[in-house]
Design a protein around this ligand. Structure first.
Ligand code: CP
Length: 321
């Protein structure tokens, strides 16, 4: 968790979760351990604890979302926070209001946490300048999606009991994926061996150096012996003029099918952050098959986001439920 030195209206230093880059292994482990407690809360008959009573969380989504938005809302509600959801499309930003004015307006309502998804890389960092709330990055452009990487790590740890030493293949549109970046930072910090694979046009050359991963322009060598295969959707909404194979050709060359999965370790986990394009980056039989933990990722998302909200709002003052 990134700790800002800026004071809040309650006189305490504000903490944010803006990215995975720069987090220590101990920070990551702490969130994952806390998430185990909150995971149990979500499986009880009464899925609610009073821990964040009196706290306000504003979810500001300027890009579409199913999983992240719903799970942040559920996470806040299961902790008894007051949760307000804000959609860019139906807000006054559609009348020309700037992000800065929008944030200052939300800040005037005294939230404790602002969760933001935005198409501009760095938008959450900008938001910290205009609010006294803690800020959580729910995905910014092609930069980072920290809670996705945390829930992915939680899911891997749940099944493999460890992260260190695992071989993780991240395959697909690497260039435009904030999920790939956050996962590379997290998994390498935790001692996993990460490889990335995709078409050359979706695989920036300098990535291997900056992220400390091995890159391939075919997915087969990345999948060989892999403990985890993490498939990514092509981010058509972020691709400008990059030349791409047709969907059919992409599926033929880069889609995860039974033959390709057979190259991986026998107990390889198949992951996908969603949304899935069935039959493109992943065969339906693999997405729904025995190796798939895609819905486990979704369940973990609520627990991880509860842990993050609890850390930002209550760690200093409240006992764990
Ligand atoms: N994984 C993910 O961010 O999904 P959504 O876009 O549905 O939130």
């Amino acid at each position: 968790m990134d700790t800002s030195s800026t004071g809040s209206s309650e006189g305490q230093a504000r903490r944010h979760l803006l990215g995975i880059e720069g987090l220590a292994a101990s920070d990551i482990e702490r969130v994952l351990d806390l998430a185990e407690t909150f995971f149990q809360v979500s499986r009880r008959p009464v899925r609610k604890v009073p821990t964040l009573r009196g706290k306000t969380v504003i979810n500001m989504f300027f890009e579409p979302s199913t999983r992240t938005r719903t799970s942040f809302e559920l996470a806040g509600k299961r902790l008894s926070a007051d949760v307000v959801n804000f959609s860019g499309k139906t807000s006054s930003t559609s009348k020309g209001e700037t992000l800065r004015d929008t944030i200052r307006t939300m800040n005037a309502m005294n939230p404790h946490v602002v969760v933001i998804r935005h198409s501009a890389s760095g938008a959450p960092h900008h938001v910290t300048q205009h609010t006294s709330a803690s800020v959580v990055n729910a995905g910014d452009g092609i930069h980072e999606h920290p809670t996705q990487a945390l829930l992915d790590a939680y899911t891997i740890r749940q099944h493999k009991k460890k992260l260190a030493g695992l071989r993780v293949a991240i395959c697909g549109d690497i260039a435009h994926s904030r999920v790939a970046r956050s996962n590379a930072h997290l998994l390498t910090t935790m001692g996993a061996e990460v490889s990335m694979a995709g078409p050359r046009t979706l695989l920036p050359e300098k990535l291997a150096k900056t992220l400390g991963v091995t890159v391939y322009d075919r997915i087969e060598p990345a999948l060989e012996g892999a403990d985890v295969a993490m498939m990514l959707r092509i981010q058509h909404e972020r691709i400008g003029s990059a030349s791409l194979p047709s969907t059919r050709e992409y599926a033929r060359q880069y889609g995860l099918n039974a033959a390709r999965l057979a190259l991986a370790a026998p107990d390889c986990l198949v992951m996908h952050p969603g949304p899935i394009n069935r039959g493109v980056e992943i065969d339906p039989e693999i997405a729904d098959g025995a190796a798939s933990v895609i819905l486990d990722q979704v369940e973990a998302g609520v627990a991880v986001r509860m842990a993050v909200l609890w850390q930002l709002c209550a760690e200093a003052t409240e006992p764990l439920p």
